[in-house]
Design a protein around this ligand. Structure first.
Ligand SMILES: NC(=O)c1ccc[n+]([C@@H]2O[C@H](COP(=O)([O-])OP(=O)(O)OC[C@H]3O[C@@H](n4cnc5c(N)ncnc54)[C@H](O)[C@@H]3O)[C@@H](O)[C@H]2O)c1
Length: 261
C-alpha cells in the first residue's frame, strides 16, 4: 500500500519520455494512481504502447501517447505542443528515455558514443528546454526531473559512455536548477541502482561477468524492485519535495558505497 495520499498528485499534468519501458510503466502507474494525468512518449508503435499501459491496468483516460524519437530536432517541442493540447499546462516533466551500449571505451565506436549521448543527454536537454519554455509561458512553477543513475558518480565497468552520459545529465539538471530557480521552476534527478528490470536486467541475463559483479555490488543484497523507483518518482513529484532543487535522489540499495574489487 502506498504511503502517499491517493490525491497526492491530483490536478498535476506530468510528461514522460521513454515511458513504455521497464521502469517507465510502473512509474506511470504510481503517478496516475495518485491523481496525475500523463502525456507519455516512447518509440513504440501506438498499439504496442497502449497494450503495455493497459496490461499494467493504467486507466486509458489518464494517459495520452505520443510516438517519436526525442533525440530528433523538433520532436520534443512537438511532444510538448501535443501534451498541452490534450491535458493543458505541464507541471512536471520526466526526462526518462535512456539506452546503454555495453563495451570497453578503448573499443567503443564513435557511432555508439554519439547515439548514447544523443538519446541520454540531447533528448533530455531538448525535452527539458521545451517543457521549461511552456512552463514559463503558462506561468507554472514547474518541475524538471531527470533519470540519472548511481553510475553518474561511480564508473561501473564496461559502460563508460553510459556513465559519462549520466554524469552529463546530472550537471545539466543542476544547471537548469540554478538558471530557473528565479522563476520557481525546480530541477532534480532520481538515481536508481541496479534494477531487476529493463536495461540492467537484460545485461544481467546476457552477461555472466556482469551478473557476478552486480551480485557483489549491492550492499542491500538484492536487485532493486522497479516499484522502489516508482516510489521515488512519487515522492519527488509530490508537494513533499517542494523545497528541493538541484538535488539527486539516490535510491540504489547502497551500490555507490561499495568498494569495487
Ligand atoms: N534498469 C536499470 O537498472 C536502470 C538503473 C538506473 C537508471 N536507469 C534509467 O532508467 C531509464 C529507463 O530505463 P529502463 O531500464 O526502463 O530501460 P528500457 O529499455 O526498458 O526503457 C527505455 C525506454 O526508452 C525508450 N526510448 C529509447 N530511446 C528513445 C528515444 N530516443 N526517444 C523516446 N523514447 C526512447 C525505449 O523505447 C524504452 O521503452 C533510463 O534513463 C535508464 O538509463 C535504469
Amino acid at each position: 500500500m502506498s504511503c502517499f495520499r491517493a490525491d497526492a498528485l491530483s490536478g498535476q499534468h506530468i510528461v514522460i519520455s521513454g515511458g513504455c519501458g521497464a521502469l517507465g510503466v510502473p512509474v506511470i502507474r504510481a503517478l496516475v494512481e495518485h491523481g496525475a494525468r500523463m502525456s507519455v512518449n516512447d518509440l513504440l508503435i501506438e498499439s504496442e504502447a497502449e497494450s503495455r499501459l493497459s496490461k499494467a491496468a493504467i486507466p486509458a483516460g489518464s494517459v495520452r501517447y505520443f510516438r517519436g524519437d526525442l533525440s530528433e530536432s523538433d520532436m520534443a517541442a512537438r511532444f510538448v505542443v501535443y501534451a498541452r493540447e490534450v491535458f493543458g499546462p505541464i507541471h512536471t516533466v520526466l526526462c526518462h528515455a535512456g539506452m546503454v551500449v555495453p563495451g570497453p571505451l578503448v573499443d567503443f565506436s564513435e557511432k555508439d558514443w554519439d547515439r548514447t549521448m544523443s538519446v541520454n543527454v540531447r533528448s533530455a536537454f531538448l525535452l527539458a528546454r521545451a517543457a521549461a519554455r511552456a512552463m514559463i509561458e503558462d506561468g507554472i512553477a514547474g518541475h524538471l526531473i531527470f533519470t540519472t543513475s548511481w553510475v553518474s558518480d561511480v564508473p561501473w565497468p564496461d559502460i563508460g559512455a553510459y556513465n559519462a552520459s549520466k554524469a552529463a545529465m546530472k550537471q545539466l539538471m543542476r544547471s537548469f536548477a540554478r538558471e530557473l530557480a528565479p522563476r520557481k521552476i525546480r530541477a532534480n534527478a532520481i538515481a536508481p541502482g541496479i534494477v531487476g528490470a529493463g536495461m540492467a536486467r537484460r545485461q544481467w541475463d546476457a552477461d555472466a561477468e556482469y551478473r557476478a559483479r552486480a551480485q557483489k555490488a549491492i550492499p542491500l543484497g538484492e536487485l532493486q524492485a522497479p516499484d522502489s523507483v516508482a516510489d521515488a518518482f512519487l515522492f519527488l513529484s509530490s508537494a513533499a519535495a517542494a523545497y528541493m532543487t538541484g538535488s539527486v535522489l539516490l535510491v540504489d540499495g547502497g551500490c555507490s558505497l561499495y568498494p569495487m574489487d
